[in-house]
Design a protein around this ligand. Structure first.
Ligand SMILES: Cc1cc2nc3c(=O)[nH]c(=O)nc-3n(C[C@H](O)[C@H](O)[C@H](O)COP(=O)(O)OP(=O)(O)OC[C@H]3O[C@@H](n4cnc5c(N)ncnc54)[C@H](O)[C@@H]3O)c2cc1C
Length: 386
């Protein structure tokens, strides 16, 4: 019998396994035959995320700012002297994190699919397509389509956005800046990105579920930006769970990562909240073993710890997202017209991609911007509450 079985060998599962394996017998089960595939990520992360990952993936490019394009085609350039983000290869990061978990003592069992689990006689029986596995407790790190989260009733995310992206053979003139585009014709309900890295550019977007598959929008974006003739080197797609008050604990079960809906609603970034939550999870698991109490009540402290740490960004970010998605293109253009460029630039210069809601709220608190935006934001707030 294992102390802990982690369901899902993605970054969240392997981070949790790395933290626990020194102390406990940890087995990670993963449905694929190896880590890291398929890639469902842009790989745009902060220095904090690299540090939290515990590994050093190759940095494909360093980014210093963004050009934000509004629906009317006009843009605001925000460029910092410090690097704001780096682009990495998620396949490499996932592979390195799996190896690090093994170095820490965790075992991996690949090509093994979790179907369900049951609790009897003070243990969990994990039912997989390769037979039953016994454990004292389990960690659900099985991503956006989590079956482990499904065992906790009424526990779906508020919504999903769908993403698609392609690496194309095109060298961007400015290698330091990302182009971000908003608007219903480009990426309804989210945004698009063009991220340079040498001879290639990573172009992608997400859309809200109700607008259908995003592939058609990507085709349009490539055409609009004059990149439609470029060779497509690779292509990825995926889903991002967003929002909602999910319960992340049950008897002998804790959830982490996309399975726990630990994703920033404004940016879709899931790695930073997942990695930070892994520390709260490890602390909670240690206490459960010390007290020999794996009840839902004992494990509920994990939910409180996460809420205290990353919860504010996730809940505030979701409220801001709802305001954003309720705005029409003319309203978004109005933001461009009336925003105070200089104060916005200075706020964004000091900001971090890990706290996007802080940036937006600081901009809204700027007295000049606030005064001009107030009527528009009031309308959006009312609509977002419906
Ligand atoms: C298009 C797109 C772009 C993104 N870009 C970024 C970005 O730039 N930066 C960022 O921080 N985040 C980004 N994200 C989000 C990020 O990729 C996720 O938040 C992150 O992968 C979550 O990690 P995880 O370990 O929780 O889940 P996953 O990475 O999905 O790993 C879960 C693992 O569990 C396995 N699994 C699932 N079900 C079972 C089962 N029943 N049995 C066994 N194994 C199972 C899966 O095969 C998978 O390997 C992006 C997402 C998308 C879709």
């Amino acid at each position: 019998m294992h102390d802990v079985v982690v369901i899902g060998g993605g970054p969240a599962g392997n981070k949790a396994a790395s933290l626990l394996a020194g102390e406990y017998d940890v087995l990670v089960i993963e449905e694929h035959e190896a880590p890291g595939r398929p890639v469902q990520c842009t790989g745009l992360i902060s220095d904090e995320v690299i540090m939290l990952s515990g590994v050093r993936p190759t940095i494909l490019n360093e980014l210093y700012g963004a050009n934000i394009f509004f629906p009317n085609g006009r843009s605001i350039e925000i460029r910092s002297k410090e690097r704001k983000a780096v682009l990495i290869d998620r396949y490499e990061m996932d592979t390195m994190m799996a190896a690090k978990a093994e170095d820490a003592g965790a075992k991996h069992q690949y090509s093994t699919w979790y179907g369900s689990h049951s609790i009897t006689d003070g243990a969990v029986t994990v039912e997989t397509d390769k037979g039953d596995i016994k454990a004292t407790m389990i960690i659900g790190a099985d991503g956006h389509n989590s079956r482990t989260a499904g065992t906790i009733s009424d526990n779906r995310p508020a919504e999903y956005v769908r993403g698609v992206q392609a690496d194309i053979r095109h060298r961007a003139d400015d290698q330091e800046m990302i182009n971000i585009r908003i608007g219903s014709g480009t990426a309804p309900g989210f945004f698009s990105w063009e991220i340079p890295f040498g001879e290639l550019t990573r172009v992608g977007l997400c859309t809200s579920w109700e607008y259908g598959p995003p592939a058609e929008y990507l085709k349009r974006l490539l055409k609009k930006t004059g990149l439609d003739g470029c060779e497509v080197v690779s292509r990825y797609s995926g889903r991002i769970p967003i929002g909602g008050q999910r319960r992340t604990y049950a008897d002998r079960l804790l959830l982490i990562g996309d399975a726990a809906c630990q994703v920033k609603p404004i940016s879709g970034g899931g790695l930073q909240p997942a990695f930070r939550s892994a520390y709260a999870l490890a602390e909670t698991v240690t206490e459960a073993f010390d007290e020999d109490d794996f009840s839902e009540k004992a494990l509920s402290v994990y939910g409180k710890r996460c809420a205290k740490d990353t919860g504010k960004e996730l809940s505030r970010g979701y409220r801001l997202r709802k305001m954003f998605t309720s705005m029409s293109d003319p309203e978004l253009n109005r933001i461009y017209d009336i925003a105070d460029r200089e104060s916005i630039r200075s706020i964004l210069n000091d900001g971090s991609i890990d706290h996007p809601s802080d940036l937006i709220l600081q901009m809204m608190r700027d007295p000049v911007t606030m005064l001009r935006l107030a009527p528009l934001l009031a309308k959006a707030t009312v609509r977002s509450m419906r």
